[in-house]
Design a protein around this ligand. Structure first.
Ligand SMILES: [Zn+2]
Length: 310
């Protein structure tokens, strides 16, 4: 299973004009082209390039977009509505009512139990990622309100090692489900992930069972959960907590799958259908409940929470 941050990427292709550091694409490894339309199926790897510029190219429609305009539109392509991956903190700002967010368990950090060495030792990689992102792990969890509805929310941040799930992500999802049970609040999860974190070996795969069990307990206790899969949601995250909530939503064009399309195409030796593993494709196969435009996300979540209360 080839997972982790090399699985996928939705950061914009950039021009050579310098941009703020938060626009920095994934820092490690090669990244996969994942255009939802034209280029799907013939995936292309490329080396890390320079930070984002004033202008960038939409990877779905190739349109050149002014970064400012993209930001104003919530990182949705003005030409084709492609939803770019959002950093976790921005996601929280867009969904949670101002002044209500209270982060939990921010201090939990990854342990390098296997003393794992890649091209860069895992411990060093973590250290650098913490420095770059200003957060200790890929999952940000906490409590807050969505249009006045009190929730527990957990958001995977793709900038942190591809939103990969190691022990900490698994633990925080479980803690969030337990907190939601105690507080009798809905649990809202946003995912964007390359899958299990290979640097933690079997311990990361075990989080699939752990998070699924935590959500099952939450469900048994009468809890209501919503997962919003955003671009990209893949590997062990798709195969565990992202897929077992009461409602499974997705953003338009999001790549959602377990193994990547290239692995599947090579294995079954067949050309994959158009739009394979995109939100719209999954919706047409009954794998999703709803595709929600980012700009309607807050009001839609509020509405769904109201339905669940009735
Ligand atoms: Zn576009």
């Amino acid at each position: 299973m080839s997972e982790d941050e090399s699985m996928a990427n939705s950061e914009p292709k950039t021009t050579d004009v310098p941009a703020p550091p938060e626009a920095d694409p994934m820092s490690e490894g090669e990244r996969r082209d994942q255009s939802p339309h034209g280029r799907l199926g013939r995936l292309r790897f490329k080396k890390k390039d320079m930070p984002g510029g004033l202008w960038l190219k939409c990877e779905s429609c190739d349109q050149t977009i002014y970064r400012k305009e993209l930001e104003e539109k919530g990182f949705v392509c003005p030409a084709c509505d492609f939803h770019f991956t959002l950093p976790g903190k921005q996601r929280i700002e867009r969904v949670i009512d101002p002044g209500t967010w209270e982060e939990k368990w921010a201090e939990i950090e990854a342990l390098d139990r296997l003393d794992f060495k890649d091209t860069v030792p895992y411990a060093e990689k973590i250290r650098r990622t913490v420095e770059k992102t200003g957060q200790k792990e890929a999952l940000i969890a906490g409590t807050g309100s969505i249009e006045g509805r009190e929730v527990v929310m957990a958001v995977l941040d793709f900038r942190f090692m591809g939103g990969s799930m190691g022990e900490v992500v698994g633990e925080k999802i479980s803690l969030a489900a337990e907190l939601a049970t105690r507080m009798k609040r809905p649990l809202v999860i946003f995912t964007s992930s390359g899958g299990a974190r290979m640097h933690e070996g079997m311990l990361s795969l075990m989080q699939m069972a752990k998070t699924s069990a935590a959500l099952a307990n939450f469900n048994d206790a009468g809890g209501f959960s919503i997962c919003v899969m955003t671009n990209p949601t893949t590997g062990g995250v798709t195969a565990s907590f992202a897929s077992v909530c009461d409602l499974t939503l997705a953003e338009p064009g999001a790549l959602i799958g377990f193994a990547g399309p290239r692995v599947i195409a090579t294995t079954i030796k067949q050309e994959l259908p158009r739009g394979f593993q995109r939100a719209e494709f999954l919706m047409s196969k009954g794998q999703l409940d709803l595709i929600v435009d980012r700009r309607d996300m807050r009001s839609t979540l509020a509405l769904l929470i109201d339905y669940a209360r009735r």
